[in-house]
Every structure is written in C-alpha cells, then in structure tokens.
Ligand binder design. Sequence first.
Ligand SMILES: *[C@@H]1O[C@H](CO)[C@@H](O)[C@H](O)[C@H]1NC(C)=O
Ligand SMILES: *[C@@H]1O[C@H](CO)[C@@H](O)[C@H](O)[C@H]1NC(C)=O
Ligand SMILES: *[C@@H]1O[C@H](CO)[C@@H](O)[C@H](O)[C@H]1NC(C)=O
Ligand SMILES: *[C@@H]1O[C@H](CO)[C@@H](O)[C@H](O)[C@H]1NC(C)=O
Ligand SMILES: *[C@@H]1O[C@H](CO)[C@@H](O)[C@H](O)[C@H]1NC(C)=O
Ligand SMILES: *[C@@H]1O[C@H](CO)[C@@H](O)[C@H](O)[C@H]1NC(C)=O
Ligand SMILES: CC(=O)N[C@H]1CO[C@H](CO)[C@@H](O)[C@@H]1O
Length: 867
Amino acid sequence: MKYQLTLCFIFLLLNYCFAVKDYLFKSCQQNGFCNRNKYYSNHILGDSNFKSPYYINKFEINGDILRGIVLKNNTNVEFPFKISIIENSFRFKLDEIRNLNENIIVNNNRYNETSNWAFDKNVQYNKAKFITSKDSIQINYNSNHKVIINLNPIKFTFYYKNEKVLLINDKHFLLIEYQRSKENLKLLPQESSFNMFSDDFQDSKSDTLPLGPESIGLDFTLIGFQNLYGIPEHADSMLLKDTTNKEPYRLYNVDIFEYETDSRLPMYGSIPLLTAIKKDVSIGIFWLNSADSYIDIKKSQDSTVHWMSENGILDFIIIIEDSPKDINQVYGKITGFTQLPLLSSLGYHQCRWNYNDIKDVLDVSSKFDEYEIPYDTIWLDIEYTDNKKYLTWHPETFDKPDEMLEILNRTGRNLVAIIDPHIKTGYFVSDSLINQKLTMNNNEDESYHGHCWPGESVWIDTLNPKSQKFWDDSHKSFMISDKYKNLHIWNDMNEPSVFNGPETSAPKDNLHFGQWEHRSIHNLFGLTYHETTFNSLLSRLPNQRPFILTRSYFSGSQRTAAMWTGDNMSKWEYLKISIPMILTSNIVGMPFAGADVGGFFGNPSKELLTRWYQAGIWYPFFRAHAHIDSRRREPWMIGEPYTSYIRDAIKLRYSLLPVFYTSFYQASKTGIPVLKPLFYDYSNSTNSKIFEIEDEFFLGNSGILVKPITDENADEVDFYIPENEIFYQFTNGQIGDKIDNSKFEVKNNDIPMLLKGGSIIAMKERYRRSTKLMKYDPYTLIIALDKFGNASGELYIDDGESINSDYKSINFEFKDGNLLTKSEGNYSLPIEIEKIIIVGANQINSKLGNIFEDGNKFIIKKPNVNI
Ligand SMILES: *[C@@H]1O[C@H](CO)[C@@H](O)[C@H](O)[C@H]1NC(C)=O
Ligand SMILES: *[C@@H]1O[C@H](CO)[C@@H](O)[C@H](O)[C@H]1NC(C)=O
Ligand SMILES: *[C@@H]1O[C@H](CO)[C@@H](O)[C@H](O)[C@H]1NC(C)=O
Ligand SMILES: *[C@@H]1O[C@H](CO)[C@@H](O)[C@H](O)[C@H]1NC(C)=O
Ligand SMILES: *[C@@H]1O[C@H](CO)[C@@H](O)[C@H](O)[C@H]1NC(C)=O
Ligand SMILES: *[C@@H]1O[C@H](CO)[C@@H](O)[C@H](O)[C@H]1NC(C)=O
Ligand SMILES: CC(=O)N[C@H]1CO[C@H](CO)[C@@H](O)[C@@H]1O
C-alpha cells in the first residue's frame, strides 16, 4: 500500500504525484559508497598499469578449509579470509580485524550473520583438494571444478570441465574500505573520499555513519556469457541489461510505490543471486550481503559484473553447473527450497483495500457462489483493526471474527488478515515491546519512533530472538481459538516502510539486536519479520503449513512465504512487466510469486481487467487487489460478457490446480521454477533469441506453454516455438490438433496456450466453490504424444495442508499404445481417473477401455488404470 498516493490526494498534487519518485531514492552518484567504488573502477579502467593492492600474505590448510590473511599495500590492516566448499560450490568469506572501540554503542565488527538468515539449516560442506605453490593455490572439488587463486595481487580463475569460465578481480576492482578515522585517511590516487563520514543526500543528512567508510566492491568476469539474469527486484526485463552510462541495478528494499517500468531502481525485496547462462555451462554468483548494494553490468563477449555493498563482510558463493536448473538445485540446497504451499493458497485470492465489515466480507463471499466463480481466500487490509492497532479486531465492524471464520469455513474458504511490523504507539502491543526492549532502536539505543499507517509507531525487532515468544503469544490470542485453521497472515510494509524515514525506510544508523546497525541488515529485515510470523503460526498449529504473504524478502524467504510485486498500476505496461518480474523471481528460487490482478492503483478498463485475469491465472500466487480509492471490481462488477470471460479464466486455473500443485511439489524438492522461462530447457538452442523471451513460459515441467495477451486490442498471438518439438493447440484448456503455425487468432475470451508433444497432465474439470470441495473429484488425463508416440508426466497428491501428510507421487508413461503408471506413497483415499484424451496417436491398446475417436483425438471414458 502506498502512502504517498494517499498524501497526494490530500494535497491534490496530482501531476507531482504521478511523476516517478526517483528523486526520493539515492542514485549511485549520490550514494557515498557507490560513488566511491565507481570512482575507483573508472580510474582503474583508465590506467592499464594499475595493479590491485590486495594480496594474500599467508594461508594454512586444515582439512577441507583454507584460511589466510589478505593485506593491502601500504596499510597495516589485516583481512582474514576462509575458503570452503559448500554444496559442491566455492565459498569465499573475508572479514576485517578491527580494534575494539568501547566508546561507541554500535557493534564495531563487520556484520557476518547474513548467511545465518539466508541458509537452510542443513547445508553440507564438501571435500576440497588444495595444491599450493609459491604464487598460487589450486583448489579441486567435485571432480569437474577447479579454481586457481593468484596470491599477488589476489585473483581467482575458475575452470569447469577444464574450460575457463570465470575470473574474479581480473579487473582489479576489489575495494575493501577498512576502518579509519577522518584524521587518518590514507587514499590511493584512484580512491575518493566522497561522503565517507557524512551524507549530503537530502533525506539522510542526519546519518551519523559512526563507523565511517566500510564498503566492499569486486568484479566478476564471465567468460563467453552475455545472458545474465536474477538480482530482483526491479521492474525491468528478465534478461539483465548493460548498465554502462546508466544507473546500476540497486538492491535496497524500499516501499517504492508507483515504480516506473524499465528501471534499475530498487523495490520491495532483494535476492543477491545473479545467474549467467550459455550452452552447457551455467554460473550463479551468490553475494551474501544484506546491506545497500549496486550491481554494474558491462556486456560484451565476456561480461563483467561489478558488485558493491555499503558494509558487511565480503562473502560469496560461486555455483557452476551444466544448466540453469542445476543452479536452482544447488542454490535451493544452500538457502532451502520453497515450502510446499497449502493447496488452497494456489486457488484464487480476492483482496481489496478494504472490505469494510463482516457483512461486506460475507456478501462478497456469497456473490462468488451466486455467479458460480470459484475462490478460496478473502483478504482484509489494514482497516479491519481497531484504529490500525495490529493484533486487534475492530470492535464494531469486525466484532465477531470467529463467526465470520466459521461461515467462510463452511464452503472451504479462508481469510487472510494483514499484520505489519510498525506498531502504533500507546496500546498494549507497543507498550510491551518497549518495556521488554524488543523494538528497533535509534542511534542512541532508545526505541525508534517513526510514522507509518497508524501515525506514530515503533517497529518490532525480529532480529531479537526474544521477539519470537512475544509474537507467538500475540498471534495465539489474536487468532482466537486453534479451531480456526482458515485464518492466515499477510506481512506488508516490512522493508521496513517508514513514511518519514530516508528513502521511505528506517535510518541506516538505527540499531538492532546485537547492536548491529540497520545499515548492515536492511535487506534481510523483511525476512526476519515474516519468518518470525511463520514460526508463530507453526507454534499455534504445528502440523499445518502456514500461509504468509510478504512484500519484502531476501534469499531464504522462499522457505516460509509467498511474495507479490507490490502496488501495480492499472495500466497495460504493468500487466506486461509483471511476467518478466515473476519469471525472474522463479529464476532465483522464489517461485511463489504474483502481481496484483487488475493493478493496485486506478481503474482498469474492462478489457484490461479481463486480460489481467487471463494472465493472472498463471501467476503462481493468484490474487486480485485494489487501492481504497479504486472502484469495486470484483468479477461481477464489470458486467457481461466480461464477467463470464473472467469466470472461465478462474475455472481454468482451478481445473489446472493438480498441475500447479505438482509443479510446486517439484519446486519444493528440486528448485525447478513453477513459471519456467523457455531458455531453461533449451539453453543448447542455436537460436540465441530464446534467452530473451520473457512474454512466454512453461508451467513447471508440465509441457504447458503459455503466452498471455498483454496488449490492448490484440487479435492474434505469435508463439515462439522451440526447435525440434511438436506442440498441440491447447487454448482455453481444450486440447486440439498439432499446430503448424505459431501465429493464430485470439478472441477476447481466449487464453492462448499450447501443450508440448510428449506430455501427460492431470486436470480436475468439475466446478466447485473452493479447492477443499474438489478433494474427491476425479481426474482427466490429457496425453499429447511426441513424434515417437511417447509421453510422460507426473501427478502429486496429498491432503493439501498438513506438513506430514499422506501423499502419492505418480509417474505416467505412455508408449506402444499403452499407459503405464508407477506410484509411491501412502495416500489412502481412492484416486479416480474418469477420462483420458489422447492426441497424436496412431493406435491405442484396447485394454485401456472403450475408445472413441473424435477427429484426431482418442477419448476413453472410465479407463482401466490402476494407481
Ligand atoms: C604490494 O606489496 C607486495 C608485497 O610487498 C608487493 O609484492 C606488490 O608488488 C605490491 N603491490 C603493489 C600494487 O604495489
Ligand atoms: C562473526 O564474527 C564473530 C566475531 O569474530 C564471531 O564470534 C562469530 O562466530 C562470527 N559469526 C559467524 C556466523 O561467522
Ligand atoms: C545440451 O546441454 C546438455 C547439458 O545441459 C548436454 O549434456 C547436451 O549434450 C547438450 N546437447 C546439445 C545438442 O548440445
Ligand atoms: C472447518 O471445516 C472443516 C471441514 O472442511 C471441519 O472439519 C472443521 O471442523 C471446520 N472448522 C470450524 C472451526 O468450523
Ligand atoms: C519412445 O519411443 C521409441 C520408439 O517407440 C522408443 O524406442 C523409446 O525407447 C521411447 N522412449 C521413451 C523415453 O520411452
Ligand atoms: C505417510 O508418509 C508421510 C511422508 O513420509 C508421513 O509423514 C506420514 O506420517 C505417513 N502417514 C502414515 C499414515 O503413515
Ligand atoms: C508489477 C508492477 O508493475 N508493479 C508496480 C505497480 O505500480 C505500483 C505503483 O502503484 C508499483 O509500486 C509496483 O511496483
């Protein structure tokens, strides 16, 4: 939710408000550490004789770990480092030895706990073999990997299967600003002192910068790579751009509201994973740092990435594998895979700011049934609280939440209520937080007070382990009795958004648990908040998968939350950009992602709203949302024929829920994207265009290929068809003939999609009011054969809600006219297949059942299939 928009209405400064607010956000030039790092790299680029002053002075090997010291010429600072192999990937971690300074309140060390938050609990360290010489160290690991580290100056060369693929510090951009006083600055001619001890940016002049300059910067040269992805969140293309003479990509979680598309400005979340893809080799650079960061990209035959962060230790992991999906697998082993979601959370979510009272909620809910539109979850934005005091219900408008939950539950429906980290001052929750010293503090170590939705607020410090118990108890009483399992939580504004703070967030010199500056932990604050909520929900109902939506996120957030792209505008360009944004989120291991269907702000045309639903059914997280000043736009408000088009779209989503759920199951085990870019399966393609396609995607491994309509008045669609594959027409979920033309006509009610030859998918075709009511429905199998007459597919089934659920995982294989099934698991309810439709076949084994031929289709009703 975007407060500035509201203020805009109050002040009626419309033109001003609709302009991009980039002046509120620091450019690289205005941001001390970025300015200095760029100054350094620019001067080095202009001086071919320059040699990096950093070198490895000594090291020792202990088993599979190498430790040593890096020194910088003409200084006496020491940088201890450590090399290890984690999940078959190379990790380098470098700190700085600092003198204890007892005169300051802030923790004087470089922040080194980012990985504690980002990593999964069960990461594995592996074997490494070191071969050392006078001027280099060679490290062999995992049979295909080799790194050679030059000691003086420090430089890394990575080989994969004996091919040189990556260089680090080849450009000499390594910069580690060590701790110094203003009086004792010793700078190289290439180094700048811009804003080292003070900040002259308009809104952050009060930053005390108690530790002075501390930034780190480093270059990565990717040999033969031009296709780079990842590092969300930006409203930009999926394929990362060259930023020479442009703003670098910035990672700094902010409440940006009304972002511009085609922009490297930061947004609500950040995942510091960049991937580089080419035929037969993929690389992931995982930069474990939660401070304000910029990434400058120069593309060429060999592309260079210059990564800069304001403070913290230098800690990175280099993942090198055959293919992009292998990168997801390794990254998932390090940071955890996405949680298998509640099945019902893959249904349709209806939200707006705000449903006014219980009657409004229940009216909207019953309208869905009146119009025969399935939905699973209705949402409450901030107005349901007593005066924006989170963890309370409004005493008049939401006086009987238990009754409301019970009525919703009768049709299998859920409620999501918002709980934000800013806590209004002057009531029991904030009073206790302050008394128990569980707030984020100001630079004098007293509770920080700022402004957000409720007015004056304090922020819970979820870095403090004691906050967990407090949050558990608060949620237990807010969520009424444990009987109500259909109440879930939305964590918004957790960047954190602070209306009167610099760049709409908390002052960087605020203090958290451990006396760490906010500067060090900024990008992971949102994760600590939604993870604390996750643990509270688990403590309430230990065997139910929690559902949480978060706006701010970091590496590791996928373990415990879904995300959405924030507050969209009801414009075609925002519909269009939502697809590459969600694809990028999938590329970096956060597949449970969506965008506000309809756009958050404004009033979409009937055509735009319809097209947005038709695209939105493909968002892994599928929710409509609207600003408080937008007109009501529930599907029936728009009128016929559009209401029917929207109903058809939502029903299609529901009929494909077995495919979505199976895709999520696979994502939760292997990290495979749920919305999968085309280059994933075709990075060997000879057509380099495949690396740029961002308006078309596969639904997981199902073979369903989708290209949503995102242009006004579109009357045709033109698919990119991967070479050597056959595809069948599958528009609106109706299987048809093999296509010979990638371009075809679309009408207003058409959802263009294709099915790849070789696929088997399971659908549930009956209309029900919610996912829970579909539990016992039979399946229809669609079998689309490849050119050899084969096909295969997977179906995952469980109870859709328990953590330790009975389950069945079924593999289907079609060959020689027969359907074979293999299954494992202990799911005991009967699984019925009521119909099979086969396309592309010459003959079918009659033992499968009574076969009807309909054009090129074979249809078998009540087939003989044993699962
Ligand atoms: C830095 O010092 C080392 C050790 O004295 C020396 O070998 C190296 O050439 C120096 N590097 C630069 C850039 O001055
Ligand atoms: C961070 O550094 C401190 C001080 O050197 C050390 O005690 C601690 O174990 C380190 N934590 C991590 C996660 O490396
Ligand atoms: C495609 O890439 C895979 C690795 O992902 C490799 O094993 C295979 O040989 C490649 N195929 C072609 C045709 O280049
Ligand atoms: C909610 O519905 C389920 C059946 O779907 C039922 O078992 C449960 O008792 C209901 N809970 C409440 C609080 O009514
Ligand atoms: C596909 O069909 C061909 C020809 O019938 C067969 O040789 C091959 O083994 C099949 N492939 C798979 C994966 O079943
Ligand atoms: C079925 O298997 C799951 C996963 O292994 C397990 O958590 C569950 O307890 C099993 N259920 C029964 C009834 O054995
Ligand atoms: C996906 C997308 O474009 N989202 C944007 C929609 O517009 C709001 C402004 O109201 C931005 O904040 C979102 O980032």
